[in-house]
Design a protein around this ligand. Structure first.
Ligand code: FAD
Length: 425
């Protein structure tokens, strides 16, 4: 079988890439191993992720499916007080910021909607598992798949896109390097869904709430429909182990104890989904493009879930990837060493900027709040929305980088002083 572009994975990254590519007239084959709509974590979307959906012509569909409308995120301090609010705002080059909204989603429905929309736009969707890349020297020339019935088939492609999420197909099959642990690797997330959580009144009822307890210890509250709310707790792995509880017991207790405002919003906890856990989800793989291949979304990097950038990165990178692939075909598939190097630089820039934002939040919470609230509130609104690809960094981001850098120097100085002390003892 031959196709122009083959895509591994029918999550938001794969389906969005397929839809953007379908607009270019290329033949696209998407390979998804899941047999039906499946559970997935990652439910709160950023403002620019909402815009990606609008660009794909899916706003009416999102509205008709009644996904909760999100106008922003509130982050509560440790005692349930000192909350800060970041609204979802759009931006226009002439008129500046304007009010808009995005959504939160039940991922089984949302991912199924995207995959169905891709198929309706002419993408050939194949239910199969990608099992090996087809290589020719350092170039990728296609993918071997195993279908449901157990048959093995080879699909030849000009470009193979890895959108396999945390399965990181290219890394696991040696096409690209190994995963390097990210800054937030030693964390565990435990999560489920509840009915009856107390939301903000009126239109604010669909907003995402974050509850901070202390460094690397926090919880989320994300409405999924009129009744059901996704709740999850993220903690250091050592802390999780020290509790020696089942996932169910752990989540129940944490939801009561982590933050008084969260406890107030969950007077009675009834889980309506399995209690699940995930760890080791923060990583990076550096060189994720090359001859005949590129990665989008989680297949090359995931930083930290705290400000809900995952689906946004998957969909925005899909849009950029489709444009890079279209240029590659328009250039008669020129034989550069890496036709997708510019795409990779662009993705790195966006992800590095978000990494700096998140590092500042975790490492320097008081300075972060000062910058977010008083010095650069507009810059924070831009970054939380996902406007993170500009070549010239926003002043608010420059300030955050400076505090991160100062923090790194201080901790190196502190470590050196510790070593000198131990030599003297
Ligand atoms: C605790 C936690 C909370 C999060 N919360 C949020 C949030 O609130 N908002 C947000 O935006 N993001 C959140 N995320 C991140 C989000 O889950 C991911 O970033 C997002 O799903 C990435 O999309 P993707 O398309 O790259 O991969 P995925 O959504 O993982 O899709 C990958 C697809 O590939 C398929 N696949 C894998 N291997 C193969 C194969 N060999 N052959 C065929 N198919 C294959 C899988 O079945 C899957 O359907 C969170 C992450 C974590 C860990």
């Amino acid at each position: 079988m031959k196709t122009d572009v083959a895509i591994i994975g029918g999550g938001p990254g794969g389906s969005a890439a397929a839809m953007f590519l379908s607009q270019t007239g290329l033949r696209v084959t998407l390979i998804e191993k899941a047999q039906s709509a499946r559970y997935h974590i990652g439910e709160s979307l950023t403002g620019e992720c909402g815009n990606c959906l609008r660009t794909l012509g899916l706003e009416a569909e999102m509205t008709s499916r009644r996904h909760p409308v999100k106008y922003g995120v509130t982050v509560y301090g440790p005692r349930g007080k000192n909350a800060f609010w970041v609204p979802v705002k759009g931006w226009h080059p002439e008129s500046g910021l304007f009010d808009t909204h995005t959504w939160s989603v039940r991922r089984s429905d949302f991912d199924h909607m995207l995959l169905t929309a891709a198929a309706a736009r002419g993408v050939s969707v194949m239910q199969a598992e990608a099992i090996a890349p087809l290589l020719n020297g350092d170039a990728v020339r296609g993918v071997r798949v195993r279908t449901n019935g157990g048959t093995v088939e080879d699909i030849a492609s000009e470009v193979l896109v890895d959108a396999s999420g945390q399965a990181t197909f290219f890394s696991n099959t040696g096409v690209i390097g190994e995963k390097v642990r990210g800054n937030y690797d030693r964390q565990v997330a435990v999560f489920s869904q509840v009915v009856g959580g107390i939301r903000d009144p009126g239109a604010a009822g669909g907003n995402t709430l974050i509850f901070y307890r202390q460094k690397h210890h926090w919880a989320w509250f994300i409405p999924l429909d009129d009744q059901v709310t996704s709740v999850g707790v993220v903690v250091p792995a050592d802390y999780y182990r020290s509790k020696n509880e089942s996932k169910h017991q752990f989540l129940l207790r944490e939801l009561h104890q982590l933050n008084p405002e969260l406890a107030r919003r969950l007077p009675k906890i009834e889980f309506v989904e399995e209690v699940r856990g995930i760890s080791n989800y923060s990583y990076r793989i550096s060189n994720f493009t090359g001859k005949g291949f590129l990665c989008v979304g989680d297949s090359h990097r995931f930083i930290d879930p705290v400000f809900s950038f995952g689906v946004f990165f998957a969909m925005k990178e899909a849009e950029y990837a489709a444009s890079a692939i279209a240029s590659f075909f328009a250039d008669s598939k020129g034989e550069q060493p890496n036709p997708f190097a510019d795409y990779q630089r662009l993705c790195d820039r966006g992800q590095d900027n978000v990494q700096d934002l998140i590092d500042a939040f975790w490492q320097h919470p008081y300075a972060f709040k000062l910058l977010a609230h008083h010095r650069y509130p507009e810059d924070i609104i831009h970054m939380f929305a996902g406007r993170v690809y500009e070549e010239t960094p926003l002043p608010g981001l420059v300030a955050m980088r400076a505090i991160n850098e100062r923090g790194r120097k201080n901790s190196v100085a502190h470590e050196c002083a510790g070593r000198i002390d131990s030599v003297h003892q």
